[in-house]
Design a protein around this ligand. Structure first.
Ligand SMILES: [Zn+2]
Length: 242
């Protein structure tokens, strides 16, 4: 299987933030980066705020804003995560896999990683260029932080990771039925994914996509062969009686 290069969260953030910005402005932003007053960086649900030292002792207040994720479908996300072992393990280890991003997009209707157009910015300086070097510097700072602390993306989108994991691990809940064949993962099939897991539920269209250009007969035969495989061992716990 062909290896795809995985683009880090920080790199994705940087690419989005600097699209259409020329090298000279990027260089100015990198020069401005050290003037961010680190203790004054605040990452909260919906915003990142920082103070930067400008020329002649002036202080610029710089901010990025992004709306927090809607919460109404959270119970569904929690239930699906209970069947998504590898995603939960990654989150517990402080990673934010792209498969989680896509799961959020599917259930909440909006990806965790924001569309660049939905991030707005502000700065108290009066430089004519938009976004100004201070905003670009703050983007760069956050991109670097994302590579060290990917979970700050959750914080920014208003997701309390510890509370989410606690709900995923909570017992006594009404769960979704176990997946067929006792597979541990929610099937997610994304041909364009960079690190998505291959789903376990194959349909005719998926078999044809996997195998490339093949005849209907081949797809049917493949499905038949899969269907006649001995079942995996049964799920550890029987489905709760309704
Ligand atoms: Zn500025």
């Amino acid at each position: 299987m062909m290896e795809r290069k995985v683009v880090s969260l920080g790199e994705r953030w940087r690419r989005d933030a600097t699209r259409g910005v020329d090298d000279q402005r990027l260089a100015q932003a990198l020069e401005a980066l050290p003037s961010i007053r680190k203790p004054m960086v605040r990452i909260r649900a919906g915003s990142i705020r920082a103070e930067m030292e400008g020329s002649m002792g002036s202080i610029h207040e710089v901010s990025l804003q992004i709306r927090t994720l809607p919460r109404k479908d959270w119970p569904t996300l929690v239930r699906v995560l209970r069947r998504s072992k590898s995603i939960v393990e990654a989150l517990e280890n402080g990673r934010v896999p792209r498969s989680f991003d896509r799961l959020v997009a599917r259930i909440v209707g909006e990806p965790l990683f924001p569309d660049a157009r939905s991030v707005t910015s502000g700065c108290s300086c009066d430089l004519p260029e938009k976004p100004c070097r201070h905003v670009l510097a703050l983007h760069e700072l956050f991109a670097r932080r994302l590579d060290e602390k990917p979970w700050e993306l959750l914080l920014l989108r208003g997701v309390d990771l510890q509370a989410l994991l606690a709900r995923v691990h909570a017992t006594g809940h009404e769960d979704l039925p176990p997946l067929a064949f006792g597979v541990p993962e929610e099937p997610v099939l994304y041909p364009d994914a960079e690190d998505a897991d291959l789903g376990q539920s194959l349909g005719r269209a998926q078999v044809r996509w996997l195998a490339g250009e093949t005849s209907e007969r081949f797809a049917a035969a493949a499905l038949q062969a899969l269907g006649s495989l001995p079942a995996e061992r049964p799920p550890a716990e029987p489905p709760a009686a309704k």
